[in-house]
Design a binder for this molecule. Structure first.
Ligand code: ATP
Ligand code: MG
Length: 871
């Protein structure tokens, strides 16, 4: 069965059991401070497990793009070396939110695998949580054990420990026992020799876990204790690529139709062959895996960069490039050429790839180019390090520097060293790495207390589209401590007018006031697990009472003007530049807005002007806000609203319309475009290959901008002697300046000519050599010209000139070529030696060389010493 059909059958099987098929959440996570990438199917449903909100559907099925390269789940080092761990993979999952529990989960999983997919029952093993003797004191999962016993012989049920059979999302949060399903794909003969049961969870490449059924029944609290969740849930995850391996009867995920087309393309591009040599095979697997991770991230809007998620992506791409570089001898960008094949095989299931193919290719190609340059530089630096190494062990700290500041991969360093007969001081490297980790860890460490519940309230309501102050109650709060922000308190209200940071728009600020007149400032508002969290430096005194919650109106209205202007800017860019323009990032503040978009070239001054005019025309047109809440997604799209790649939308969306501009948007906006007052672009530039950035301002900021410019102009006029036409004055000055420069150059030439005559007459003969050592007032190039001209007129010349320019000393030595040969003189050696008098150094050719130094006081002494070279 091919992979496309496998995916569809999985979804349809659970659809038949009344599950709603939902789309994959983006792989790159934008609004969760605890997680950079989706690493399991359950991430997008956290809020339901935590009981923060209720899912509309209690049964859901999906396939989720996952990336396991950082944090608690990190498989990066395994990838390529084994045949069943990927960085990016698809996780198939069925979900019950407080609906069915272990019985259905187990029975259906078995039915799907053995009756729909027809996997041989005798090749399957299942595991059950055996309980734990530690502080948690958990019992054997007898419920799951009994259920499995009804289905499989007892010797196929394996007791699993906490590490394998108790699933936890992180240090805190929902968790519970799980049952895994493992499959043994070895040959009959091998199975006869060694039992599959003994190989389960032993990292055997042909006895692998394919499905994990997690039974969420606890919440792990901050103090480490467990409490029962009010409702029990099912969270399952099956590795799609592993399932396809089993169903396609192959021994490696890479031999499936998911990876084979990529591998074939790599073979062609790199002129290599898969399956001939383990080192090459690893490289080919790494590349075919990493291209997926990188392409999907870019499609989700995450570009490679120097920080956060972008840095993780950059490192993955570099790892692949480096494997190609070392093992497949690729010295030119090549990864970008794989995007075509990838798009062909996954573009139907994930249209974001297809629609952004060009952009993905551009970004990857540029990134490859710059890394290849880094590799070149790194190789040179490594050579220097080796040259300066005494003995045969290269300092680990130096290697770390190369890795840390230049991005030069450490395994490549080790490889090159061993090829040259050196070794790497690995302990030193590890220590330097550890020190750096400790530094960054202590900077970001956050401790969170458990929530203190004040009022039970099942769902918090956001009322800030319509109201900016409203009476609220605090439903829960907790203390958090981080090195960066110190102690803060997080507050959740029963309802709130505060907008939480999201969709590019900053969070609201404001204050809480109680009936005693006590005030606590809200310094920021953010979302966590879809819950609006208010940040305060202090805790209100009368926690249980009601408060007036007031949003800072000025900041809010300026931010709104910038948000609406962003929509108009988006529309303008698509009108002026074309429909290829897509939003790639947006950041809306009270003082400015920033907008990233796909476009291939620098915008011209005319285009910028046109875009500005387009937006300002709509501001002058006094367009009224038309807002619709809870519109079905499909209706909104049919209306012309554009969904952005990498954003998560619910079934019902909010649309914001100003004239012809329609966007899906959760942000806050002006009531009428007239409130924006005016729009001005401040800058336009590149952020990456094919991605541009505009920064712009609106309202008062434009006024201030013009006032500042006006003041600047007044000052300029003033400096130019109160001219009415500064452009004319400056052009006049420029012309005058260039004429003067020409005159000075002429004068200098004359001076040099006269000087030459004088100097030739000053030559003195020493041992048959025409000798002169003298201090003159010319710059380096003047002295050089002069020396060579004198050389043209006189043979057997030895000149040493000293000069002082801007407080620095210069020595310059000229020796006729015939002298160099006959008297074995070398200007380079001479200036290097004389350089010590002027506290400097230099070098050059045997017939001409210069030295610079910081001590002009030593010039005379150097000149005196010159004669000793020819005596
Ligand atoms: P393993 O022990 O094989 O690393 P896991 O215990 O980390 O697996 P889970 O976190 O339970 O796996 O994830 C659920 C399923 O996702 C697994 O049963 C497996 O089929 C699949 N899976 C997990 N990690 C990867 C990966 N890196 N690449 C491909 N599939 C994976
Ligand atoms: Mg794992």
């Amino acid at each position: 069965m091919n992979s496309k059909d496998t995916r569809t059958q999985f979804l349809n099987f659970f659809k038949g059991k009344e599950h709603k098929i939902v789309p994959s959440a983006p792989m790159v996570i934008k609004d969760d401070p605890t997680l950079l990438f989706t690493n399991a199917g359950m991430n997008q449903f956290k809020e339901y497990f935590l009981g923060i909100s209720q899912s509309k559907n209690s049964r859901v099925v999906d396939t989720q793009k996952c990336l396991r390269v950082s944090g608690k789940h990190n498989d990066l080092e395994e990838v390529g070396k084994d045949t069943y761990h990927h960085t990016m993979f698809e996780m198939l999952g069925n979900w019950s939110f407080g609906d069915y529990f272990k019985e259905e989960a187990i029975t259906w999983a078995w039915e799907l695998l053995t009756e729909v997919f027809n996997i041989d029952k005798d090749s399957l093993y299942v595991s059950v949580f055996e309980g734990s003797n530690d502080a948690d004191k958990l019992e054997l999962d007898t419920e799951a054990f009994k259920l499995w016993k009804n289905i499989v012989p007892e010797d196929r049920i394996i007791m699993g420990n906490k590490k394998d059979n108790f699933w936890e999302m992180g240090d805190q949060g929902p968790c519970g026992p799980c049952s895994e399903i493992h499959v043994d794909i070895r040959s009959k003969e091998e199975k006869a020799k060694v039992s599959g049961a003994s190989l389960v969870n032993q990292d055997h490449p042909q006895v692998v876990e394919i499905w994990n059924l997690v039974f969420m029944q606890y919440n792990r609290k901050a103090d480490g204790s467990l409490e029962s969740l009010p409702a029990k849930h099912v969270d399952t995850g099956m590795g799609f690529e592993r399932l396809c391996m089993v169903l396609q009867g192959v021994q490696s995920n890479y031999d499936t139709d998911i990876f084979m087309p990529l591998i074939r393309e790599i073979e062609v591009i790199t002129n290599s062959e898969y399956g001939k040599n383990e080192e090459n095979d690893i490289a080919i697997r790494v590349i075919s895996d990493h291209i997926r991770a990188v392409a999907f991230s870019i499609a989700d809007g995450q570009l490679p960069s120097n920080t956060g998620a972008g840095y993780v992506i950059r490192r993955i791409l570099r790892r692949a490039v480096r494997y190609g570089f070392t093992f497949l001898d690729t010295k030119e960008p090549f990864m970008f050429r794989l995007v075509n094949v990838l798009t062909k095989s996954l573009g139907d299931a994930y249209p974001e790839l297809k629609e952004q193919k060009q952009l993905i290719e551009n970004v990857i190609k540029e990134e490859e180019n710059s890394f290849l340059k880094t590799l070149d530089q790194g190789l040179v630096l490594l050579d220097t390090i080796i040259k300066n190494t005494k003995g045969k062990t290269v300092d680990g700290g130096k290697a770390f520097e190369l890795y840390d500041t230049f991005g030069f991969p450490i395994d490549l360093t080790a490889l090159i060293l061993s090829e040259k007969g050196y070794q790497l001081d690995e302990a030193g490297f590890d220590e330097a790495m550890q020190q750096q980790k400790n530094r960054s860890k202590s900077a970001s460490v956050v401790s969170k207390q458990d929530w203190e519940i004040l009022h039970e309230d099942n769902e918090q309501e956001f009322v800030g589209y319509d109201m900016l102050d409203v009476e609220v109650k605090i439903t829960k709060y907790r203390k958090i401590v981080s090195k960066k922000d110190g102690t803060q308190f997080q507050l959740v209200f029963n309802l709130t007018p505060f907008y939480a940071e999201g969709g590019g728009q900053v969070g609201d600020k404001g204050y809480l006031e109680d009936s005693h007149g006590d005030v606590v400032y809200i310094i920021d508002t953010k979302k966590e697990n879809n819950e609006i969290i208010h940040f305060a430096k202090n805790l209100p005194k009368h926690l249980g009472e009601s408060f007036k919650a007031v949003v800072d109106k000025k900041q809010r209205s300026r931010t709104e003007a910038n948000h609406t202007a962003t929509h108009l800017l988006h529309q303008a860019l698509r009108e002026v530049l074309g429909k290829h323009v897509e939003q790639k990032g947006s950041s809306v503040h009270s003082k400015y807005l920033r907008f990233d978009f796909s476009h291939f070239s620098k915008m011209t001054a005319e285009e910028l002007r046109e875009v500005e005019n387009f937006v300002n025309a709509r501001i002058e047109g006094h367009l009224q806000l038309q807002e619709q809440r809870n519109v079905p997604m499909k209706v909104a799209i049919d209306d012309g609203a554009m969904a952005l790649f990498g954003e998560k939308y619910g079934d019902a969306v909010r649309t914001i319309r100003f004239g012809q501009s329609i966007e899906l948007c959760g942000g806050t906006h002006v009531k009428n475009t007239a409130d924006i007052w005016q729009f001005k672009i401040k800058s336009e530039g590149a952020v990456a290959a094919g991605i541009r950035r505009i920064e712009a301002i609106t309202g008062d900021a434009v006024k201030d901008f013009h006032i500042d410019n006006d003041m600047l102009l007044t000052k300029i006029k003033d400096v130019l002697g109160n001219t009415q036409d500064p452009v004319k004055s400056v052009s006049g000055l420029q012309e005058e300046n260039s004429n003067l420069k020409k005159q000075v150059a002429e004068l200098l030439k004359d001076k040099a000519k006269n000087l030459k005559g004088d100097l030739l007459s000053e030559l003195k003969e020493v041992n048959g050599i025409q000798f002169l050592a003298k201090k003159i007032d010319l710059d380096a190039s003047g002295i050089k010209d002069l020396s060579f001209e004198m050389g043209n007129q006189k043979d057997n010349l030895f000149l040493l000139f000293g000069s002082e320019q801007n407080g620095k000393a210069l020595l310059s030595c000229y020796i006729s070529k015939e002298l160099v040969a006959s008297k074995n003189l070398n200007a380079g050696t001479i200036v290097r030696e004389l350089g010590k008098y002027i506290q400097g150094g230099g070098g050059g050719q045997p017939f001409f060389a210069t030295a610079g130094g910081k001590n002009p006081g030593g010039i005379d002494e150097a000149l005196t010493m010159a004669e000793s070279y020819i005596k």
